[in-house]
Design a protein around this ligand. Structure first.
Ligand SMILES: Cc1cc2nc3c(=O)[nH]c(=O)nc-3n(C[C@H](O)[C@H](O)[C@H](O)COP(=O)(O)O)c2cc1C
Length: 316
């Protein structure tokens, strides 16, 4: 069984990925948040730094690009390959209008001809394996059918399908059943992504696809319940042990972010982390509220101690 961690820009950064691997394991591949390649400006330094971080050496890391210009894609692929990476992922799923209006991410999904042209230009020029992460479509959930025909023309490592449309953003439910016919249509390995948030859900999805999925990618649920991948792989935690590990995970992340970030940035980073991590506790809303109220590091540390000593874990 192969499990991967989906990229979440602003959340699954180098520190998160390597600390998650160190404490929990269970994830075979960590896909990096995108490096955006625009025609008129260089990529953000923070995105490049994250993809070239030394911390990626402790995990199986796959960098991702968000782009539509073949020259920029080839140039970036060569640069990443020089740093030892052998596999590049192309983002065709980002749903934000600032991206889709510029014909990037999910904005390309209704335009199979353009995707075809880009793939034709880059496939033999990039010195690494290429995979694609896409959605079912931008507006409609059947746009993917024409795309699979295009993908079938090229040697691609795998197609990761987030079973929502771009229009859905991150709302509503992923439509796993829409992926079933694509397993037959595609010549490539298919990776499923969307709403995999419990061991029961994994078992359901595994049954639905009759074992024909190459692997499963976990998105937001790995931030809410960092133990999920190891649980799917069979590790059972007693409550006390889980509590200790969650505490350790938090402490390590805090220490590492503290080395890198100044005061207000550190608080902001930890607050974002708790946006999802608070779901590890039964009273998620109350837990996150206590973090949001902490405006100094001292108050933050008191709030964290209180949460771990007073709040019950959510064990479902
Ligand atoms: C805040 C946020 C940032 C994301 N950033 C990226 C990204 O950089 N690249 C990408 O391919 N997907 C990104 N995603 C999508 C996730 O990788 C994943 O496909 C999506 O959350 C669906 O999986 P889930 O239902 O298991 O969460 C992001 C999602 C969220 C909520």
């Amino acid at each position: 069984m192969i499990l991967s961690s989906g990229p979440l820009q602003g959340f699954t950064d180098d520190i998160f990925r390597s600390t998650h691997h160190q404490v929990w394991g269970g994830i075979d591949f960590y896909y990096g948040p995108y490096i955006r390649l625009d025609n008129h400006k260089p990529p953000k330094k923070s995105q490049l730094k994250d993809s070239l971080s030394e911390l990626n050496k402790s995990i199986n890391y796959i960098p991702q690009i968000l782009a539509n210009n073949p020259e920029l894609i080839i140039e970036q692929a060569k640069a990443l390959n020089k740093h030892g990476y052998q596999h590049l992922n192309w983002n065709l799923g980002c749903p934000y209008p600032m991206v889709t209006k510029r014909n990037m991410g999910a904005g390309l999904l209704p335009q199979p001809k353009i995707i075809d042209e880009i793939l034709k230009s880059i496939i033999s020029e990039i010195p690494m394996k290429l995979s694609i992460k896409c959605r079912l479509g931008l507006h409609k959930d059947d746009e993917i059918k024409a795309l699979i025909e295009v993908f079938n023309k090229y040697a691609l490592q795998e197609i990761i399908i987030h079973a929502r449309t771009g229009k859905q953003m991150y709302k509503g439910f992923a439509q796993a059943e829409k992926v079933i016919p694509l397993l037959k249509q595609s010549h490539h390995k298919i990776v499923y992504n969307g709403d995999l948030d419990s061991v029961e859900k994994y078992n359901e999805l595994h049954k639905l696809f009759s074992g024909h999925i190459h692997h499963f990618m976990i998105g937001r649920a790995l931030l809410k319940k960092p133990q999920l991948a190891s649980q799917i792989k069979g590790t059972a935690y007693v409550e006390e042990e889980l509590q200790e590990k969650l505490f350790l995970f938090h402490e390590l992340l805090f220490e590492k972010y503290q080395e890198k970030l100044h005061y207000s940035h550190l608080l902001m980073k930890m607050r974002s982390f708790w946006e999802y991590f608070s779901y590890s506790f039964e009273q998620q809303h109350k837990t996150f509220k206590a973090i949001k109220k902490s405006k100094t590091i001292k108050k933050y540390n008191i709030a964290v101690k209180h949460i771990f000593s007073e709040n019950k874990l959510s064990l479902d």
